[in-house]
Design a protein around this ligand. Structure first.
Ligand code: PMP
Length: 285
């Protein structure tokens, strides 16, 4: 199945990028990951809006119009053999003929890349037990709201989690829970769902927005506010959310049980609401 690169569809083996591409040299680019269920891209408009916001945030023009992105995504989905997929999009500031941190002047053509892969879902057994996580200091920069490909701090945090036998690293900055290395984090205390606010120190997750919408529409008590590390440790439930993880309970944190040590009722309910919502949206098309 083909990948998309700069206006062309071609086999991955034939998709070449210059070693002077600024994505390679500086991590100077942006990305998106869009889940596809039954060959329909979920929340595609929201993902493309976030792509646009991130591009604006790094002073780049979008190389494709929204409808052109949709065509690319549609073609990749239909050329791929799987019903459930993950579509990856990346745009970088392109390849200059010299190495200089400042933007190429005059600008060079951006690099736009996209490909489909099978959606990796969480097995029911893992969902039933929940996963383990660690906390780590948040060493990222000050614009975590932008979905940029410079992911070294996230990479190191996630590797630390893996080496500790854990599924995720929760990032703590100034005593506050911000998010996970590749997920947003929610906390439940005494039946109230707590969500960290959208600031420049957190990625505005597409799944995060769905969770807030579901909580609000279904009467789940919700507080959007900063969560102290101490509150995280005293939580009844902690969950991670992302386009590929959906809603996944964290039942062990730094080796200690979270609440009962098992996935809790609020998270279970939210997972079910999320499935219902997904199925409704996908049926409507
Ligand atoms: N935060 C970070 C740092 C992430 O990398 C991700 C996954 N892309 C998320 C949150 C969750 O975002 P979404 O729900 O849009 O997948």
């Amino acid at each position: 199945d083909p990948v998309y690169l700069n206006g062309q569809y071609l086999p991955l083996a034939d998709a070449g990028i210059s070693p002077l591409d600024r994505g390679f040299l500086y991590g100077d680019g942006v990305y998106e990951v869009i889940p596809v269920y039954s060959r329909q891209a979920f929340r595609i408009d929201e993902h493309l809006q976030r792509l646009q916001a991130t591009l604006a945030g790094i002073h780049m023009t979008n190389p494709l119009a929204v409808d052109d992105w949709k065509t690319v995504i549609f073609k990749l989905i239909n050329a791929a053999p799987w019903d459930d997929q993950s579509i990856y999009l990346q745009v970088t500031r392109g390849a200059d003929n010299k190495r200089d941190h400042a933007f190429p002047s005059p600008p060079v053509a951006p690099t736009a890349f996209a490909f489909a892969s099978p959606l990796v879902t969480t097995p029911a057994e893992t969902r039933a037990t929940g996963v383990a996580a660690i906390t780590v200091p948040d060493l990222r920069w000050g614009r975590c709201d932008l979905k940029v490909i410079s992911l070294l701090a996230n990479v190191l945090a996630r590797q630390q989690a893996v080496e500790a036998g854990c599924a995720e690293a929760l990032l703590i900055r100034d005593g506050l829970l911000k998010e996970g290395a590749a997920s947003n984090i929610f906390v439940v205390k005494d039946g109230v769902l707590l969500a960290p606010p959208k600031t420049q120190l957190m990625l505005p997750g597409i799944t995060y927005d769905v969770i807030l919408e579901l909580a609000e529409s279904r009467g789940q008590p919700l507080e959007i506010r900063e969560i102290a590390e101490t509150e995280l440790r005293a939580a009844d439930e902690v969950w991670m959310t992302s386009s590929t993880k959906e809603v996944l309970a964290i039942t062990t944190l730094d080796g200690q049980p979270v609440g009962s040590g098992r996935p809790g009722p609020v998270g279970e309910r939210m997972w079910q609401w999320y499935q219902d919502f997904k199925n409704t949206v996908m049926r409507k098309g």
